[in-house]
Design a protein around this ligand. Structure first.
Ligand code: C6P
Length: 397
């Protein structure tokens, strides 16, 4: 969506004398001037700690922080704003989800084979601590998840990504939560790659818990969200202790604050919350349906242009994928691909993308990945294609 590019100052940069072609939005998105200004304005005009001080600045900062919570709640259609817990990022949210459930989980924890390490390691650790079974839903050669029905039996939790950061696959969350309900399984969704890219309505999708990061959706780094249904949060235990997350404290005992503060500890990223709200305002102005439509359009174009040059990982159809394409080029190392592309001003990601078991299942060590967002244009994809032709030339010499 060309018209939004003017809002992103970084896109005017030159890298190695070439126009910056930023194709690494799945790692972190770029930030519009509206977000940058909102953060600067916080520090310039109402910087103070929150929920503590009676003075004007403290009250203004607290109000802005709580307005950000309301904006997030409405963005994902949470029923109550106390269901939105501010954390640092998706990784922290998933750790709090797992260990917050430590007195509720039993039997089996069910995951998928396409999880990012952030939605694998917390559950691995919890399984060890509580002596639980870990089981995995597999995926087929095209990157589609197998039917979960059989595996759901006996699973107290299903932790699943809505969109894979390597395969690009968008999983059918609504269908899965409906099945999970029949077995009484709590569904924890990793929304790191979905919430920034498509409308996500937690009530419509029947999601029990959802984790995502502001930095992948035009917002700043250092702030993210754990959403969970109120009745679940009430049963869960806090994971981090201290500061304002308490109601009553003695030398030997403590009781917990009301929601959401029971799960928020220490001085939070207040400027981050302010920037996050500006990002949500921006995305709502664009419209999440339009963001998704643009992703699909640019992915369709990229799939068509890339299919004869590289081996594409994941589903063939853009409608089943989020806006990213991971690929390999014979035995050319992905780091070499990324290095040569960087010389052309093109930023992609290479490596295991924090999904080592997934890569191993695909029979590879690493992949290269181009990822898109609302500011990506067809010319960026064209530049990538030309850059990849240069990669080929270098290795055929
Ligand atoms: N994936 C990528 O380049 P954090 O870093 O905590 O904000 O997000 C973690 C995370 C969790 N789940 C999924 C599906 C993700 O894609 C990520 C982040 C980045 O793919 C950095 S590894």
């Amino acid at each position: 969506m060309k018209k939004y590019r003017k809002d992103f100052p970084i896109l005017k940069r030159k890298i190695n004398g070439k126009r910056l072609v930023y194709l690494d939005s799945a790692a972190t998105s770029q930030k519009p001037i509206q977000v940058i200004n909102a953060i600067a304005n916080f520090y310039k005009t109402f910087n103070a700690n929150i929920h503590r001080s009676i003075h004007t600045l403290g009250e203004e900062a607290t109000k802005a922080y709580e307005e950000a919570r309301e904006a997030v709640a409405s963005f994902i259609n949470a029923e109550h704003k106390e269901e939105v817990i501010f954390v640092r990022n998706t990784t922290e949210a998933l750790n709090i989800a797992a260990f917050g459930l430590r007195n509720i989980v039993k039997g089996k924890l069910l995951l998928t084979e396409m999880e990012h390490h952030s939605n694998l390691l917390p559950w691995q650790q919890l399984a060890k601590l509580k002596h639980l079974e870990l089981d995995f839903i597999s995926f087929d050669k095209d990157g589609y998840l197998d039917e979960p029905e059989e595996k759901l039996k006996g699973a107290s939790v299903l932790a699943i990504t809505q969109a894979s950061n390597v395969l690009g696959t968008i999983n059918p969350i609504k269908k899965i939560t409906e099945k999970a309900k029949e077995y009484g399984t709590i569904v924890v969704v990793d929304g790191a790659q979905s919430v920034p890219h498509m409308p996500v309505d937690v009530q419509k999708l029947g999601i029990d818990m959802l984790a995502f990061s502001a930095h992948k959706m035009l917002g700043p780094t250092g702030i993210g969200v754990l959403y969970a249904k109120k009745e679940l949060l009430e049963k869960m235990e806090p994971v981090m202790f201290g500061s304002e997350m308490i109601k009553e404290v003695s030398f030997t005992e403590a009781t917990w604050n009301e929601l959401p503060y029971k799960f928020e500890y220490g001085t939070p990223h207040i400027a981050g919350a302010v920037g996050f709200k500006a990002a949500i305002d921006y995305l709502q102005e664009v419209g999440m349906r339009n963001v998704r439509k643009h992703d699909e359009r640019i992915t369709t174009y990229a799939l068509k242009r890339l299919k004869n040059i590289v081996s594409i990982i994941g589903p063939k159809k853009a409608e089943d994928r989020s806006g990213l394409i991971a690929f390999t080029m014979g035995d050319i190392h992905p780091h070499d691909i990324a290095t040569i592309l960087n010389e052309e001003g093109i930023a992609i990601r290479s490596g295991h993308h924090c999904a080592m078991p997934l890569h191993r299942k695909l029979g590879i060590q690493a992949s290269a990945r181009a990822s898109f967002y609302l500011y990506t244009i067809k010319e960026d994809v064209d530049a990538l294609v030309e850059g990849l032709k240069k990669v080929r030339e270098v290795f055929e010499r």
